[in-house]
Design a protein around this ligand. Structure first.
Ligand code: KG4
Ligand code: ZN
Length: 378
């Protein structure tokens, strides 16, 4: 079915997102037209710690939330009173970070006399794909299997939509997920171990094309039980052992870490300081992670007898993941949809889009709404 029917095409939803390390606000019209999408990234603040520091994240959200919302409204060319509802990420995420967005959303809704909508961050990632496909005039056939793959999540959902009196209701069932690290977390940890800086995904993505993906053999994780579960801690540990075994590699890592400390973190600079064997390891790591993600997702789609796969979250920006999904999709006659790179990572346009069906269904929150760090989607 087409999850795109809408009664009031131009109603404006202000989306607010603050679940992790991005302060974001966006205005989306009619659930599908992005008028603005502002994202204030905290990557520079967390870089020197090699990961997100929760206390620093919430402090930064507090500093940025007001200017970010103001900028989203200005860029959309509207005024705050023109907004029809406010959709805010309730969870899952870092509690201190979530609280900033939820509190600000509640206060704004109250001050403006507008309805407040609570959105699950994971549902936001699902809607990032649907939103962009629709904006590009592509219809998304549902039901679908959706892989959400980011620094915090690696999870597979079955997504369906039912239409009732012109209102579309989405529902989700969890098919599987990671038993240990999220895929993005594995990228970040491996990059850190190899002296490639933070965040790890984009740099590994760029360096992997210069290595041989079959250069190092990483064993497939052996797991009993649910065939749609993932595990990435084994491969991360395998990289750690390679580093421990090789004083030469340790020396090479030290040189890269010194370059990073001088601010030399471009892919070219780091590549020039990497031996072919290291580039092979990077390429092989990426290839193992990508194959794992694609194989399980496609198997889940086949078992669920759906012909649509949605892929979203920070790691969905990965070039190799996109290429492999596209090739495998073609081979198995499965449509694969990705958001653009900008909407793959955390943003508020996806929160506004996910809030829109709830807006039409008048599923509004009271001012007692609370942030929930482990809010499940299903
Ligand atoms: O969705 P996101 O912005 O935040 C979370 O909810 O986690 O995802 C961030 C994660 C990080 O782990 C980062 O290394 C990874 O996405 N990432 C990538 C790429 N770009 C970002 N991983 C692989 N390839 C990329 N191109
Ligand atoms: Zn996310």
């Amino acid at each position: 079915m087409e999850p795109s029917e809408s009664r009031s095409k131009d109603d404006l939803i202000l989306g607010i997102e603050s679940s992790c390390d991005e302060t974001a606000a966006a205005i989306v019209a009619g659930g599908r037209r992005i008028l603005s999408s502002v994202v204030a990234s905290q990557v520079e603040i967390h870089r020197k710690y090699g990961g997100v520091v929760p206390e620093l994240a919430s402090r930064e959200h507090l500093r940025r939330i007001v200017p970010v919302v103001r900028e989203a409204v200005e860029q959309a060319g509207v005024g705050l009173p023109d907004v029809d509802a406010i959709a805010v990420t309730q969870g899952p995420g870092l509690i201190g970070s979530l609280l900033v967005g939820v509190t600000y959303g509640k206060v704004l809704a109250m001050a403006l006399g507008k309805p407040l909508i609570a959105v699950n961050h994971l549902e936001g990632h699902v809607h990032a794909v649907i939103l962009e496909a629709q904006a590009a005039g592509r219809s998304v056939t549902l039901p679908a299997v959706c892989l959400i793959v980011s620094g915090g999540h690696t999870i597979l959902y079955y997504v369906r939509a039912e239409s009732e009196n012109g209102v579309v209701r989405f529902s989700y069932s969890r098919l599987g997920g990671t038993r240990d690290d999220a895929a993005g977390e594995a990228y970040d940890k491996v990059a850190r171990m190899l002296g490639l800086g933070y965040p790890g995904g984009p740099i590994i993505d760029r360096l992997a094309v210069h290595g041989n993906p079959k250069g190092v053999r990483f064993a497939e994780p052996k797991m009993k039980g649910n065939p749609f579960d993932f595990s990435f801690s084994g491969i991360k540990t395998a990289v750690l052992y390679q580093v421990r075994r090789s004083p030469e590699l340790q020396e090479e890592i030290k040189v890269r870490e010194e370059a990073l400390a001088r601010g030399e973190r471009s892919a070219d600079a780091l590549r020039a300081l990497s031996k072919p064997a290291t580039l092979d390891m990077v390429a092989s790591f990426q290839s193992a992670v990508v194959d794992n993600l694609v194989n399980r997702t496609v198997a889940a789609a086949e078992q669920a007898a759906v012909t649509t796969v949605l892929v979203s979250g920070g790691v969905a920006a990965n070039s190799e993941l996109r290429k492999t999904f596209e090739a495998e999709g073609k081979r198995r006659r499965i449509e694969v949809h990705f958001p653009s790179r900008a909407l793959s990572t955390d943003n508020a346009a996806m929160i506004a889009a996910a809030g829109y069906p709830r807006y039409l269904a008048k599923e509004f929150e009271e001012s007692t709404l609370n942030a929930e760090a482990s809010l499940p989607l299903a």
